[in-house]
Design a protein around this ligand. Structure first.
Ligand SMILES: [Zn+2]
Length: 184
C-alpha cells in the first residue's frame, strides 16, 4: 500500500496542476484507479471533435478501443439530440390554449425568432457549444420584448422539466459511469 500511495498522489497533483490532454488524464485515472478524475476528461472529449482524441498524445496514452467506442457512440447520440432540438423551437403541447393570451401569435413569433437567432447559434457553436441543460437559463436571460411575460414563464416552467433538455446531461453521466466500469 505504502509504495502505491506516492504514485496516486503524484497523479492527482499532476492532474490538478496541468492542463492535461483529456486522453492523458483518462490514462492516469485508469492507471491509478482515480475514478473521481474520469468525469472532467470524458466531458471534454464528448465536446471535442474526434480528430482531437489522438492529437498530441503519446502512443501509450491512446484510448482503449472500448473506451473510445463508448465515448464516440455517446457523442453521436448527443449530436443527434442537439440537432433535433436546434431545428425545432420548443413549445409545451398545450401552449396554443394556455395561458390565456390575446396576442399569442406575437408570443410565438418572438419566441421562435429568439430561439433561432440566439439559442441555435450557441447550440451549434463549433468550439464552445452550449450545454442543452443551460438552455432554460439562457432563455430566461434573453430579452423577449413583445412577448407576454406570462407566456414566457409558462414555456420556461415546462422547458426545465423537458426530457429533451435533460437528455444530453443524462447521456454524459451514463457515459462517465460506463467508462468508470471499464476502468475497474
Ligand atoms: Zn402569449
Amino acid at each position: 500500500m505504502w509504495d502505491i500511495l506516492p504514485g496516486i498522489e503524484f497523479a492527482s497533483q499532476e492532474l490538478h496542476e496541468f492542463d492535461l490532454h483529456p486522453v492523458h488524464s483518462l490514462s492516469l485515472a485508469h492507471r491509478y484507479q482515480l475514478l473521481d478524475w474520469v468525469s472532467a476528461p470524458v466531458r471534454k472529449l464528448l465536446a471535442s471533435p474526434l480528430e482531437q482524441y489522438t492529437q498530441d498524445t503519446r502512443s501509450e496514452e491512446k484510448l482503449d478501443f472500448d473506451v473510445y467506442m463508448t465515448i464516440a457512440t455517446a457523442k453521436e447520440t448527443i449530436a443527434d439530440e442537439r440537432k433535433c432540438l436546434g431545428n425545432h423551437p420548443p413549445f409545451p403541447p398545450n401552449f396554443d390554449v394556455q395561458p390565456f393570451c390575446s396576442q399569442h401569435n406575437t408570443c410565438k413569433r418572438v419566441w421562435t425568432e429568439k430561439w433561432f437567432f440566439t439559442v441555435v447559434r450557441r447550440i451549434y457553436h463549433p468550439t464552445t457549444p452550449l450545454p442543452l441543460s443551460s438552455i432554460p437559463g439562457v432563455l430566461e436571460d434573453t430579452d423577449h420584448r413583445g412577448m407576454n411575460p406570462e407566456c414566457k414563464r409558462s414555456i420556461l416552467d415546462w422547458l426545465r422539466d423537458c426530457v429533451h433538455i435533460q437528455k444530453e446531461e443524462n447521456l454524459i453521466q451514463e457515459t462517465i459511469a460506463t467508462v468508470c466500469d471499464l476502468f475497474t
